[in-house]
Design a protein around this ligand. Sequence first.
Ligand SMILES: NC(=O)c1ccc[n+]([C@@H]2O[C@H](COP(=O)([O-])OP(=O)(O)OC[C@H]3O[C@@H](n4cnc5c(N)ncnc54)[C@H](OP(=O)(O)O)[C@@H]3O)[C@@H](O)[C@H]2O)c1
Length: 284
Amino acid sequence: MTTASLSDTFAIGGDLTVHRLGYGAMQLPGPGVWGEPADRDGALAVLRAAVEQGVDLIDTADSYGPLVSEQLIAEALHPYPEGLVVATKAGLTRQGPGIWTPVGRPAYLRQQVELSLRHLRVERIDLIQLHRIDPDVPLADQLGAFRELQEEGKVRHIGVSEVSVAELEAAREIVDVVSVQNLYNLTNRQSQDVLDHATEHGIAFIPWFPIATGDLAAPDSPVADIARELDATPAQVALAWLLQKSPVVLPIPGTKSVDHLTENMGAARLSLSPEDVARLDALA
Ligand SMILES: NC(=O)c1ccc[n+]([C@@H]2O[C@H](COP(=O)([O-])OP(=O)(O)OC[C@H]3O[C@@H](n4cnc5c(N)ncnc54)[C@H](OP(=O)(O)O)[C@@H]3O)[C@@H](O)[C@H]2O)c1
């Protein structure tokens, strides 16, 4: 059995069943998530290795590159293996490396979904996530654009990203929200209330920065001691902690390295005792 498939499963929206340990494809484009990767073959190899290791949830966005991450996914993996869920996002525009600006005008969101369909080479997007709420556009118009695309069969499920509980509740009044993607990891739990809300309502919670952009994987990681005791790596401990947190949590660690990917997927083998969890919980 491949490693990621040792993690248990969650049915996103009730019908997209994935193993809970996935892969985030934001690290694949160039520096600042801008432009082509320095090592294009290496990026393609990471994507293929993820699927070989049992990953069946890949997270990306139109704005990663922009376009580059989606194009790499299609080049590496199309035609997609049955059961592979590629979740993408729209709603952030790019003005250069490291710059992200929300735009939620319905015509723009529709254009980006049409482009994602083309770049991912699919007829329907499994999960489209509103990358950020644009404060200058009514939320009903932003999510309404996705609902129209859903009614047209171009989008299967709708999710949101970086929202408060109040925003999540408002979004759920407009569309059926099946996932929420917020910053959350062992040392940053500011979205704990959103995770609790997602758990209560059976909504997938996709924590971004699951290993704190690498800080939790570093030799001086706050989990380094516990990792040594468990004969695991710090990254594996950080991911295993997320997996035990709630059955709706779907971590999507990002990397441009096959070695790091393989290490991270090994988190699915690690089981934490209640004592380990209590010590890790106390590290917040
Ligand atoms: N919704 C949003 O607004 C939002 C925002 C940010 C991210 N995301 C999503 O969340 C995913 C995960 O976030 P992320 O990739 O930014 O952060 P992350 O998964 O917390 O960390 C990735 C960073 O850690 C390093 N790393 C990964 N595994 C490692 C290991 N085993 N040992 C040492 N270093 C390791 C990577 O470098 P190497 O490449 O060298 O391994 C990379 O720099 C993204 O890919 C994206 O899909 C969403």
